[in-house]
Design a protein around this ligand. Structure first.
Ligand code: PMP
Length: 422
């Protein structure tokens, strides 16, 4: 695969961007043949800087919910952009968007808008502390809530005081949650939870009903707030909060990524139980009130309410997962597909340094399908059954290539750290 343009861009970036690339979109921990740069996107497809076209099962790490460059969503964005976007005050669309979200999301009585998921989770932390006048928060070990100092997974430059007043528990482990609550004593401000366990590098896990219910009970008993971090899963599992089907409603929920189908918008939604805290804090940003992403979001939310996108995603996810497991079985691989079908994660059995996963993912890429070897993926409404079938055909051929290559696969040096932590 010719990666000449990609390599040239990387070389230029080495000079002017620290490390050549930063953050979650860096290919540093992906197979070497993965492209870093993309020049174009449409629907479910991406074009890399060397003209290669791939079916994109990452969906921009979530924001692409209805397809890249969706005509109606982008038309709403552009119309509002022409009218006014970043202004001296918000446009009326902000009120309409808050009303719409409050109507759609069961627990929500109010909304505050921001840009990235981390803005919303950090604001949730601050609101919870302001509301309860307490300091301690509980979150699950390994769960991602953003890259701000209180929760970034990489702690260079982070002070112990940035991480103070936090207790970690294990997701889905009621006893460890109870122990954390006991440790917090009378200082518990909030329990943070992801809709399901979607940590990188490990199998995903559905939330256990008993864990969700106990988190709610413990908050009620102690006067703490329950925060559901919907940034990644929001509206991909449900048209409401993801724990609604378990009968558990949070006090605060954080949204981002797909909320405006890739336009920059995130939100903190809250119940009246957290309104005073939300009124008390000062949180803002030059671009938080931009009207164009809000207009795009209204169109996204209309599609969420009025179309069968969710059922389509579930059906496509089921087709992908069942087709993959059939093909993996036939090829004789233990291949774990975990999490909801529309947000799956793939890991091979007996693959501590991901050498099988890397080889198979590279083989998929060579056949025009972009998969991720250790992060969950995302389906979008622009995908078709034919796209899924293309992925399945690519998978079958890639399993066959892996079968032939497996005995001689070299260790993946950049993944050696995993063997030490597993
Ligand atoms: N919470 C969760 C669950 C996420 O998945 C992410 C992003 N991957 C964030 C928060 C942070 O969002 P952002 O990168 O937009 O700040």
């Amino acid at each position: 695969m010719d990666r000449r343009n990609d390599r040239a861009l990387r070389a230029r970036a080495e000079v002017v961007i620290p490390g050549g690339m930063f953050g979650h979109q860096s290919t540093a921990l992906l197979p070497d043949d993965y492209p870093q740069y993309f020049v174009k996107a449409k629907g479910a497809h991406l074009w890399d800087a060397d003209g290669g076209k791939v079916l994109d099962l990452m969906c921009a790490y979530g924001p692409n919910l209805f397809g890249y460059g969706d005509e109606a969503i982008d038309a709403a964005f552009i119309a509002q952009l022409r009218q006014g976007d970043t202004l001296t005050g918000p446009a009326p669309v902000m009120v309409e968007l808050a009303e719409t979200l409050v109507d759609m999301v069961g627990h929500a009585d109010w909304a505050l808008f921001c840009k990235n998921g981390g803005d919303a989770t950090t604001m949730a932390l601050t609101v919870a502390r302001a509301q309860t006048r307490r300091k301690t928060v509980i979150r699950a070990r390994g769960a991602y809530h953003g890259s701000t100092p209180w929760c970034t997974p990489r702690t260079a430059g982070v002070l112990e005081s940035d991480r103070a007043h936090q207790i970690l528990c294990d997701y889905n482990d009621v006893a460890s949650l109870e122990a954390a609550v006991a440790e917090a004593g009378d200082d518990l401000a909030a329990i943070f939870a992801a809709p399901f366990r979607h940590d990188a590098f490990i199998d995903q896990a559905e939330p256990e009903a008993a864990y969700a219910a106990r988190a709610r009970e413990l908050c009620d008993r102690t006067g703490a707030l329950l925060v559901l971090d919907e940034v990644r899963a929001g509206f991909r599992l449900s048209r409401d909060c993801s724990w609604s089907h378990l009968g558990v409603e949070p006090d605060l929920s954080t949204w981002g990524k797909g909320l405006a189908n890739g336009h920059a918008l995130s939100a903190l939604l809250g119940s009246d139980s957290a309104r005073k805290g939300a009124e008390a804090i000062y949180a803002t940003g030059s671009f938080w009130y931009q009207a164009a992403p809000m207009a795009a979001s209204l169109e996204v939310l209309r599609r969420i309410r009025e179309t069968d996108y969710l059922e389509r995603l579930e059906t496509l996810g089921e087709r992908l997962a069942s087709g993959l497991s059939e093909r993996a079985d036939a090829a004789g691989f233990g291949f774990r597909i975990t999490g909801p079908g529309q947000m799956p994660l793939f890991l091979f059995d007996e693959d501590p340094d991901l050498r099988k996963g890397f080889f198979w993912s590279s083989a998929m890429l060579a056949k025009g399908v972009y998969v991720h070897p250790w992060h969950n993926m995302f389906l979008c409404d622009a995908m078709t059954e034919a796209d899924i079938d293309q992925a399945l055909d690519a998978a079958e051929a890639s399993f066959a290539e892996l079968r032939a290559a497996a005995p001689g696969l070299a260790p993946v040096a950049k993944m050696a750290f995993l063997s030490q932590t597993r």
